[in-house]
Write a protein that binds this ligand. Structure first.
Ligand code: G6P
Length: 618
C-alpha cells in the first residue's frame, strides 16, 4: 500500500518527488518522507501525518539537489511515526532507502549486523536492509544492493541512493511493483515509481520491472539486470525491456483501470482476503496466530462472554462473528449497535471481552462505545483496517484486517477482511476451548481456498450486470437469508440502499411470513441467499412461498445445485465452502448487483448522497 517515487535529472528533485507522492495519495497515507542528494550531501525530511505536514517542513527548509527518492507509508507494522517513516538510512548518511514490502528474515539479519557493530534506531525491517547494504558496500552501489538482496527473504520494491556513489538511483523488486519513467524528448532525466500515476505528469514512456530485477537509473537512462545473474564475480548481464506508452488518464489509473473505486475494491477481494490471512494460518495446529492479541492472551483464556460493537457494514460483520463464535468456539456473544451500547447502561464485567469492529477506526459511536466498555472495566479489542487509528490505539489489543485504503463509501473489501479476521479469531478461541485438531485443520484448509473461490464468484460480473438491467427500475427489494447468511441478507440490502437509493430490507428468511410476505407481488424482487447448507431445505420452501405470490426471485446458490433452475427467475452460483465461510462468497454477487443497479440508475457510486466514509460525529 505504500508508494515509492524517485527522480534523477537536471531539474530540482523536491517538487517532482512531492508531486509524485501527491499522485499516490489516493492510496492512503500516514506518513511520508523524501531524501535528496546535492553535491555529495544528503538531505532528508520526514513527517507523520498527511503529505501537507511534510510540505510545511519543506517550505521552511527546502531540499536542493537533482537526485532523490520519496515514500508514502500506509503502516502495516509499527506505528505511523516520523521515525518509522521512510527513507531509512544506515546512519552516517549512507544508504538512503525507501522500501515497500516485508523483509521476513530481518530479525536474523539484524542480530548478525548488531554483532558486526551496526547500531539501529528504528524497529523497522527496512533499516535492517540499509545496514545490510552498507555492510557489503565496497565502492559500487548496485553491487552492494544485489549482494545484500541475495541474503534477503521476503518481498520488496526498493529505491536506494548513496553519497559515496552519487549520480545514480538503484532500484529492485521482488513481489512489489516498480516501474521506470523514461525522460521524454531531449530531457536528460529518469524516474522510478511504484505506481504509474506518480510519473505521468512528466512522461508517458515507462518500463515495468519484473520480479527479481534490479535497475540502475542515471540522468541518461537506465540499465536493467536480473538479480539471479549476479554471480560471485560481481557481474550481471543486461536485460533488454521494451518501453510502453501509457495512454490512460490519471483518474483512470488511480482507479486501477476500473470505472469506480467501489468496483476496484470489489475486485481486489481475492488479494485483500489473502492479505488478511497472510502469516496467520497455522496449518499443522489447525489454528491461527494473531500477534496483536498477545496482551489479551490471559483474557482470551478466561473470557465468559463477548460483546461486539460496531456500526453499518462493520455491524453486519459482527453478526457473522456472533454466529461463528457461538457455533464453533461456544462462547456466548452479543452484537450491539455502538450508538445504542454507549447510552443504555450495558452490563459488562472484567470477564466480558468487548470487541469494536471498524474499517476506519474513527467512527465516533464505536469509539465512544469502546471507551464506555473500558470505563466499566472490560478488556477491549479492535478489529480495524486503518493502522494507528483511534480505535486501534485505544484498545488493549487487536487485529488489523490489512485491506488497504478503502475509498468507495460503500464498504466492500473491508467487510470481507473483517469476516476473514473473525474466522481466524474464532479458530484461535475455538482451539483453546476444545475444537479438535481435525476440525481446526479443516477450517484452515477451507480458508486457504477462499481467495480462489472469490475470484470465481467475481467472474459472475457480466451475468449480474444483465440481471441488474432487469431490476434497475424497481423501487423496493427484499433480501432473505438464514443462519450465516442472514447477516449477508442485511449487508446486500444495505449495499443497494446506500448506492442506488432503492428501498431494500434484509430479513431472516423464515421471518418473512411474519410481515414482509404482505409486500410480495410481481413488483417485489426478492434476493434469496440460498447456498447448500444446513438450512437450505427451509430456504427453498421460502422461495416457493414467494413464487406462489408472484414475486420475482434471484437466488444465490452453491455451484452444482440445479434444484432452483426454472423455479427462481435468476440463479447465481457461487463455489462451495464450509457453512461458516459462506458469507465470504455469497456477499460478492450482492456487492456486484448493487453496483450495477446504482450505475444504471445514474447514481454516484463512490460518493452516494448524504453518506460519509467515516462518521466522526454522533
Ligand atoms: C459509515 C460508512 C459505512 C460504514 C460505517 C461504519 O456509515 O458509510 O460504510 O460501514 O460508517 O464505519 P467503520 O469505519 O466504523 O467501519
Amino acid at each position: 500500500m505504500c508508494g515509492i517515487v524517485g527522480y534523477i535529472g537536471a531539474r530540482k528533485a523536491q517538487p517532482i518527488l512531492v508531486e509524485g507522492l501527491r499522485r499516490m495519495e489516493y492510496r492512503g497515507y500516514d506518513s511520508a518522507g523524501i531524501a535528496v542528494l546535492d553535491d555529495g550531501e544528503i538531505q532528508v525530511q520526514k513527517a507523520a501525518g498527511r503529505l501537507a505536514v511534510l510540505e510545511r517542513g519543506l517550505a521552511r527548509d527546502p531540499l536542493t539537489g537533482n537526485c532523490g527518492i520519496g515514500h508514502t507509508r500506509w503502516a502495516t507494522h509499527g506505528p505511523p511515526t516520523t521515525v518509522n517513516a521512510h527513507p531509512h538510512s544506515a546512519g552516517r548518511g549512507n544508504v538512503l532507502l525507501v522500501h515497500n514490502g516485508i523483509i521476513e528474515n530481518y530479525e536474523t539479519l539484524k542480530a548478525r549486523l548488531v554483532e558486526l557493530g551496526h547500531e539501529f534506531h528504528t524497529e523497522t525491517d527496512t533499516e535492517v536492509l540499509c545496514h545490510l547494504i552498507d555492510e557489503v558496500y565496497d565502492g559500487n552501489l548496485e553491487h552492494a544492493v544485489a549482494s545484500a538482496l541475495m541474503r534477503v527473504e521476503g518481498a520488496f520494491g526498493i529505491a536506494v541512493i548513496d553519497p559515496r556513489d552519487p549520480d545514480k538511483i538503484v532500484v529492485a523488486r521482488r513481489g512489489s511493483p516498480l516501474l521506470i519513467g523514461v525522460g521524454e524528448g531531449e530531457a536528460n532525466e529518469t524516474f522510478v515509481a511504484s505506481d504509474v500515476a506518480a510519473v505521468l505528469d512528466h512522461t508517458r514512456q515507462v518500463v515495468y520491472l519484473d520480479d527479481g530485477e534490479l535497475a540502475v537509473l542515471t540522468r541518461e537512462g537506465h540499465e536493467i539486470h536480473s538479480l539471479s545473474d549476479y554471480g560471485p564475480s560481481g557481474t550481471f548481464n543486461r536485460v533488454e525491456r521494451e518501453v510502453k506508452h501509457i495512454d490512460w488518464d490519471l483518474e483512470r489509473i488511480e482507479k486501477g483501470g476500473y470505472d469506480h473505486f467501489m468496483l476496484k475494491e470489489i475486485f481486489e477481494q481475492p488479494s485483500t482476503i489473502r492479505d488478511a490471512m497472510r502469516g496467520r494460518l497455522l496449518e499443522d495446529d489447525g489454528s491461527a496466530r494473531l500477534g496483536g492479541l498477545r496482551h489479551l492472551e490471559e483474557v482470551l483464556d478466561r473470557v465468559e462472554r463477548i460483546v461486539f460493537t460496531a456500526c453499518g457494514t462493520s455491524w453486519h460483520a459482527a453478526l457473522v462473528g456472533e454466529y461463528l463464535i457461538e457455533d464453533i468456539a461456544r462462547i456466548p456473544v452479543e452484537v450491539e449497535y455502538a450508538s445504542e451500547f454507549r447510552y443504555r447502561r450495558p452490563i459488562v464485567t472484567e470477564n466480558t471481552l468487548v470487541v469494536a469492529i471498524s474499517q476506519s477506526g474513527e467512527t465516533a459511536d464505536t469509539l465512544a462505545a469502546m471507551r464506555e466498555a473500558k470505563r466499566q472495566g472490560a478488556p477491549v479489542m479492535g478489529i480495524v483496517n486503518v493502522v494507528g487509528s483511534s480505535i486501534a490505539r485505544e484498545s488493549d489489543g487487536g487485529v488489523y484486517i490489512h485491506s488497504g485504503p478503502e475509498i468507495g463509501v460503500a464498504s466492500t473489501k473491508a467487510f470481507t477482511g473483517q469476516l476473514t479476521v473473525l474466522a481466524l479469531f474464532t479458530l484461535l478461541l475455538a482451539r483453546k476451548r476444545g475444537l479438535s485438531l481435525l476440525e481446526g485443520r479443516k477450517l484452515v484448509a477451507a480458508l486457504e481456498e477462499i481467495p480462489a473461490s472469490v475470484e470465481k464468484a467475481l467472474a459472475l460480473d457480466a451475468q449480474i450486470a444483465t440481471i441488474a438491467e432487469e431490476y434497475q427500475r424497481h423501487a423496493n427489494a427484499l433480501y432473505l437469508g438464514r443462519g450465516y447468511n442472514f447477516p449477508v441478507a442485511l449487508e446486500g440490502a444495505l449495499k443497494l440502499k446506500e448506492i442506488s437509493y432503492v428501498h431494500a430490507e434484509g430479513y431472516p428468511a423464515a421471518e418473512m411470513k411474519h410481515g414482509p410476505i404482505a409486500l410480495i407481488d410481481e413488483n417485489m424482487p426478492v434476493v434469496f441467499i440460498a447456498p447448500s447448507d444446513a438450512v437450505y431445505p427451509k430456504v427453498a420452501a421460502n422461495i416457493e412461498e414467494v413464487k406462489a405470490r408472484g414475486g420475482r426471485v434471484i437466488a444465490i446458490v452453491t455451484e452444482g445445485n440445479h434444484d432452483l433452475d426454472g423455479k427462481a427467475d435468476h440463479v447465481i452460483p457461487v463455489p462451495a465452502t464450509m457453512d461458516p465461510l459462506q458469507p465470504l462468497l455469497t456477499v460478492i454477487p450482492l456487492q456486484l448487483l448493487a453496483y450495477h443497479i446504482a450505475l444504471l440508475r445514474g447514481c454516484d457510486v463512490d460518493m452516494p448522497r448524504n453518506l460519509a466514509k467515516s462518521v466522526t460525529v454522533e
